[in-house]
Design a protein around this ligand. Structure first.
Ligand code: NAD
Length: 249
């Protein structure tokens, strides 16, 4: 078991077709106690129950600092420690640069970037006390290549911000035994893009992916599991590209 006796939080993990839930499931299979944190509307306890007994669902909005701090207290009251944080919550919007409104910008950056900062700020003091911890942040290939398939420039900016934040935190907290890494997914079939890829674009998208398929949530779950576990104990500040070769550079 790679994660025996570890406690792992996955934000945005309630959607059973999403990357977060798949990551949570793969971590639970490796012995971790899972906390799924998500919006009330996504019913995180119901999703946590699907993983088996003893896992926790916490309602919380990562854009709200007080809710992140309250979630950490709730988790500590139940489990007494936190070993892994997966900053997975994110939203996207298809927009062109000149069409992005201030509220679009706020919505997209607040979940991915501010949310990653809030949750990391709330969890780091706990990990510092433990002298160990692993934070995995979900970025996107769209940060690296300037647009993925669906998200607008504000999404690319949010996810590029996540890369910089994660690297800076890796530098700051390495001495406390805390590792911080990113996974950068390519196009993965989840609810975020379901029904949004026009059939006529599908063939050209596949042509641009050397492994010639769209990714599955488990492709990302495996990468998160690796980075969260001791298999990656000398990795910090890295970006693990999981995109079928879409961005070989
Ligand atoms: P998804 O829509 O299934 O999951 C996103 C989850 O985030 C949902 O459960 C949602 O309820 C939750 N969420 C939204 N706002 C929140 C908030 N304020 N607080 C807490 N939770 C919130 O999408 P997914 O494809 O599983 O995406 C997971 C992550 O992976 C996102 O950060 C996304 O940007 C990133 N990503 C996805 C792809 C892809 O192709 N699917 C590619 C690159 C990156």
């Amino acid at each position: 078991m790679l994660l025996a006796n570890r406690v792992a939080i996955v934000t945005g993990g309630a959607g059973v077709n999403g990357l977060g839930f798949c990551t949570a499931r793969m971590m639970a299979e490796q012995g971790a106690k899972i906390v799924i944190m998500d919006l009330a509307v996504a019913n995180p306890q119901q999703s946590a129950d699907l993983l088996g007994a003893g896992h926790l669902g916490v309602v919380g909005d990562v854009t709200k600092k007080d809710q992140c701090e309250a979630a950490i207290q709730q988790i500590l009251a139940k489990f007494g420690r936190i070993d892994i944080l997966v900053n997975n919550a994110g939203i996207t919007q298809p927009r062109k640069t000149v069409d992005i409104t201030d509220s679009d910008y706020d919505a997209v950056l607040d979940v991915s970037l501010r949310g990653t900062m809030h949750m990391s700020q709330a969890v780091i003091p706990v990990m510092q006390k433990q002298k160990s911890g692993s934070i995995v942040c979900i970025s996107s290939v769209s940060a690296q290549r300037g647009g993925g398939i669906l998200g607008g420039p504000h999404y690319s900016a949010a996810k590029a911000g996540v890369l910089g934040l994660a690297r800076a935190m890796a530098r700051e907290f390495g001495g406390d035994g805390i590792r911080v890494n990113c996974v950068s997914p390519g196009l993965i079939a989840t609810d975020i893009n379901k029904g949004k890829i026009p059939e006529d674009r599908r063939a050209s998208i596949l042509e641009s992916i050397p492994l010639n398929r769209i990714g599955e949530p488990a492709d990302i779950g495996g990468a998160c599991l690796f980075l969260a576990s001791d298999l990656a104990k000398y990795c910090t500040g890295i970006t693990l590209d999981v995109n079928g070769g879409m961005l070989i550079h």
